[in-house]
Design a protein around this ligand. Structure first.
Ligand SMILES: [Zn+2]
Length: 391
């Protein structure tokens, strides 16, 4: 309020600007500083009271607001019943990732008649009563700022709060009352909860969220356990598979070593003691009786300078023309000459390997008997190399 809308008449009553005569005739004074007031009722500005000689101070505006408060108190006192709203609060609980709310309402209708204070000081309560749960309640009336009321901490407190309307709405008592009726709002300042309605709601929410949280934790734990179990099973399966293949490799190695050891003694009968061995693996025939089993020739120098052409397996006798070599029953091989052997084997699809290490030779033969061996078209190259090494 920048200007006064009312003053105090000599009898102490509140006089609104439009309800007095112009000028000094109403003999009104400032409710705050007691200075004489002049009623300004011109045609340019909104009607208002002015201090004589321009003595307005900021406090005088507060005095005007206080007049409005007094009027509001009168209006409320005149009502047969005050319709105050119930006290409501939203209780909120958070727990981990969960949140829940519950609206709590406390019956806050006074159960005793309001006891009104006469001329209550500013910011003091204007009336007191009692609520059904025994809590005293105090009523405040505040004009302008919402903050400021002094409240008994043990009591419930509600404020009838009015924002100060523009002076043009406060020209008469009737229009001021209309502003109070329309603009006044109930604002709860506090409400003790001696029976613990809100606390119980909070405990209920807490229990609900704890149950939810437990459920979530259980599910998370179960999922984690399942995942750990899956990983453990997969690890175990992998470990077993590794063991198995390791074992198989060991078994294969053992079988081969065993085979080699068995092979070596009778592998190259009559061997000259030096000079390299050649293994000619023949392409398996379509009508081979043992699938995967290969026929081969072992070629190596004999002690007397001839070249051995030994069939393998030993019990299979190849049909070798007499022009190539003659069968030596004692050694189980054809005696031949290197040049004849080359000419003869050149006509057959073979793969050739060459070594001077009998262990290596036995290894290759073992390989043949376990299914490996023929390596396709490497013959010519291998043959050439054999030629060079075995002139
Ligand atoms: Zn004043």
């Amino acid at each position: 309020v920048s200007e006064l809308f009312a003053g105090l008449a000599p009898d102490g009553s509140t006089r609104f600007i439009a309800e007095v005569a112009r000028g000094r005739s109403c003999d009104c004074r400032c409710p705050e500083c007691d200075s004489p007031l002049i009623a300004k009722q011109g045609s340019l500005k909104v009607w208002h009271f002015a201090h004589e000689g321009g003595q307005e101070r900021p406090e005088c505006e507060v005095g005007a607001a206080n007049l409005l408060r007094r009027l509001a108190i009168e209006v409320l006192r005149a009502r047969s019943r005050l319709e105050i709203p119930p006290w409501r609060v939203t209780v909120e609980v958070r727990l981990g990732m969960f949140r829940d709310v519950e609206d709590v309402e406390l019956a806050s209708e006074p159960v005793a008649p309001w006891m009104w204070q006469d001329a209550p000081p500013r910011h003091a309560s204007v009336a007191r009563s009692r609520l059904s749960d025994g809590v005293p309640i105090e009523l405040h009336v505040e004009v302008g700022s919402r903050s400021g009321p002094t409240v008994d901490p043990e009591a419930a407190a509600i404020s009838f709060w009015l924002n100060i309307p523009g002076i043009e709405h406060l020209q008469t008592r009737a229009s001021a009352i209309e502003q109070i009726e329309q603009g006044g709002q109930w604002v709860w300042l506090q409400r003790p909860d001696p029976t613990g309605v809100a606390a119980r709601a909070k405990a209920r929410l807490q229990a609900k969220l704890e149950a939810k949280e437990r459920q979530r934790a259980e599910i998370a734990e179960r999922l984690a356990a399942e995942a750990a179990d899956r990983i453990a099973r997969a690890t175990e399966e992998r470990r077993l598979a590794e063991l198995h293949s390791q074992h198989e490799a060991e078994q294969r190695g053992l079988r081969r070593a065993q085979l080699r050891a068995e092979l070596i003694p009778g592998l190259v009968p009559g061997y000259a003691g030096e000079g390299s061995f050649m293994l000619y693996a023949l392409k398996p025939r379509a009508n081979a009786t043992a699938p995967g089993q290969h026929l081969a020739w072992l070629v190596y120098p004999l002690e007397d300078g001839a070249t051995a052409l030994k069939p393998w397996p030993q019990d299979i006798r190849h049909d070798v023309p007499a022009t190539v070599g003659l069968w030596d029953e004692a050694l189980g091989l054809y005696r031949s000459a290197l040049a004849h052997v080359f000419l003869y084997l050149r006509q057959q699809p073979v793969s050739v390997r060459n070594t001077s290490d009998i262990d290596q030779l036995a290894e290759w033969v073992a390989e043949l008997s376990s299914g490996g061996g023929y390596e396709g078209d490497s013959r010519d190259k291998q043959h050439q190399r054999s030629d060079q090494r075995n002139p």
